[in-house]
Design a protein around this ligand. Structure first.
Ligand SMILES: Nc1ncnc2c1ncn2[C@@H]1O[C@H](COP(=O)(O)OP(=O)(O)OP(=O)(O)O)[C@@H](O)[C@H]1O
Length: 537
């Protein structure tokens, strides 16, 4: 059974599209991880701005089958992130963050798709996703992993390492990540990777084929949707990451049909986890849990064209069904009126696992892949319409840190503001500054935080640095002591600042009364002086 991916919303969308062009520039501006802009990630931002999904389009060259059929080319490239599609004598314009024409190299796509910024954000602690979307045979796997066929997967490790010609976005990203991580040696990175596929609505662990029993997708408040018992491999070098890619690709479900000799029959998700320590205020060390997922979706297919039968027909039905759910989620999320309502994430495993990337707390890049051939016009228009809609999806990225560390960091920041206010109020009232720390420093005889020569700032109370593992080593009692101490300090500051504020206000009003009295007395004095002058005369 062929499932039609175009919903009513799509059909209506063709009319609406022409009027939507104006907002493209606005959307570009709103994107936190734009192609040009680079985002500062020096400190943990607990509440980042909203940003749109970044969308680029890639148009592959005509394939031998299309050339042999003498297919017309339906796409034009006027520049500036635009692609025009010829349909029934009319030109349909689409605009994206970037458009890659048929001749573009893999490296150009990597450099100009915003992938570098996405990876920087993953290093900075955000959950990032790059996913390739498009009909079967449109170049999704080629874009992500390069021209690698299942028979030649050994190339991914040996040849790819020395031959960037065979790289896809994933290999370029691996090299970029390892390079950046090496430059940030002080952040103490731990890198891990997992690789799974969703085949016929079952999750399979591609790095643990012996347990080829479907893994379960679960939900928790802290993690959102996640795959239970997924094998996560620790990696240290670029070669280790290449081996993860190679191992996973060998186990991926691939089959041949009329439109693609090596068609992916599953959606695959390769995730690189980047845990890093960062030193925040008062020497507090927090561990950021960034990650980047590369999602190679199976392509939508018209089974009349692909000639799928038997097993491949069942696969096609499952692929189309889950892509339909993805399309419904994208449609709902891109509509400002529906965004706050029900989003059907739970209707497929794919949308559950992409929930955080679409309308959630992650940062997302979508690569829409299409053919230039007029033979597949309706599929091309469909892909570009969804891509256009995806640009309107708003995410609210947050740095992923442990909730307890996040709380401590928030308290510390609140305390810093109170401390500054305290300092300011004391200055105004000409009170002496606080001197003694509340906590003895563990490494100094006098319990004071060690200071550099010439450092004349008022001494701030020392807060003990809390490492992620510290909490594991401490008994619950000890943990609650340090947490409650923080609360106590915060409480004390708040009470003291409140008292200082009151005192300040009293002084201000007393000052006003004095001024008034001064004015009255002065004018009385003037009056008396004048009287006295009159008497003397
Ligand atoms: N930009 C490109 N340049 C050259 N060849 C390409 C390009 N994109 C795709 N191809 C070729 O087109 C064919 C189909 O590509 P690919 O397998 O990546 O498609 P797909 O979208 O992943 O398909 P499916 O959804 O069926 O898995 C492959 O032989 C691939 O090498």
């Amino acid at each position: 059974m062929e499932e039609e991916l175009e919903t009513n919303a799509d059909k209506e969308g063709t009319v609406a599209e022409d009027n939507e062009e104006k907002s493209d520039e606005e959307i570009n501006k709103q994107s936190t991880f734009s192609l040009k802009g680079s985002r500062k990630l020096s400190a943990v931002e607990l509440d980042a701005d909203e940003c749109n999904v970044n969308v680029v389009a890639r148009i592959r060259p005509l394939n031998p089958q299309e050339i042999e059929r003498s297919d017309k080319v339906a796409t034009q490239f006027p520049g500036d992130g635009a692609v025009w599609v010829e349909t029934q004598g009319k030109t349909k314009p689409f605009a994206f963050h970037a458009v890659f024409q048929p001749g573009c190299s893999q490296e150009e796509v990597f450099k100009n798709s915003g992938m570098g910024n996405l990876l920087d954000m993953a290093i900075g602690g955000y959950a990032c996703t790059a996913f390739a979307y498009g009909q079967t045979g449109s170049g999704k796997t080629f874009t992500l992993t390069g021209p690698v066929t299942p028979e030649a997967t050994e190339l991914t490790q040996e040849k790819s390492l020395s031959d960037p010609e065979s790289y896809g976005l994933i290999q370029f990203s691996f090299a970029y990540l390892m390079d950046q991580v090496a430059q940030k040696s002080q952040s103490n990175f731990t890198i891990k990777a997992s690789y799974l596929e969703i085949y016929n609505e079952q999750v399979q662990d591609l790095l643990n084929p012996s347990s080829f029993e479907a893994a379960q997708v679960r939900w928790s408040k802290a993690l959102g949707f996640y795959v239970d018992n997924l094998f996560i491999r620790e990696v240290e070098t670029l070669e280790d990451l290449m081996v993860v890619l190679e191992d996973g690709m060998k186990n991926r479900a691939v089959a041949e049909h009329n439109m693609n000799e090596h068609s992916s029959r599953s959606h695959s998700i390769l995730t690189v986890y980047l845990d890093s320590d960062s030193t925040e205020e008062n020497d507090l060390i927090v561990t950021k849990h960034g990650k980047v997922s590369f999602v190679d979706l199976a392509g939508s297919e018209k089974v009349k064209e692909t000639g799928s039968t038997g097993e491949t027909l069942i696969e096609a039905t499952n692929i189309n069904r889950s892509l339909l759910t993805l399309g419904n989620c994208i449609s709902a999320l891109s509509d400002a009126k529906k965004r706050g309502g029900h989003i059907p994430y739970r209707d497929s495993k794919l949308t559950k696992l992409l929930a955080d990337s679409l309308g959630g707390t992650g940062v997302t890049l979508m690569i829409a892949c299409v053919t230039p051939s007029s033979y597949n016009l309706s599929e091309t228009l469909n892909t570009l319409r969804y891509a256009k809609r995806a640009r309107k999806i708003k995410n609210k990225p947050v740095v992923r840190i442990d909730p307890r560390e996040e709380l401590i960091l928030k308290l510390q920041r609140e305390m810093k503001l109170l401390r500054q206010e305290n300092h300011f109020l004391r200055n105004q009232l000409e009170f002496p500054q606080r001197e003694k720390p509340r906590f003895p420093h563990p490494n100094t005889a006098d319990g004071m935080k060690p200071r550099h020569d010439g450092d004349r700032e008022p001494q701030a109370p020392y807060l003990p640095a809390i490492k992620a593992n510290d909490s594991k080593d401490k008994s619950p009692d000890q943990r609650s002591v340090s947490d409650s101490s923080l609360y106590e300090m915060l409480q004390e500051y708040m009470v003291e600042n409140e008292a200082l504020r009151n005192e300040n206000q009293n002084l201000v009003s007393r000052h006003n009364v004095n001024e008034r009295e001064h004015r009255i007395i002065s004018s009385e004095n003037n009056r008396l002086s004048r009287k006295l002058e009159g008497v003397s005369r």
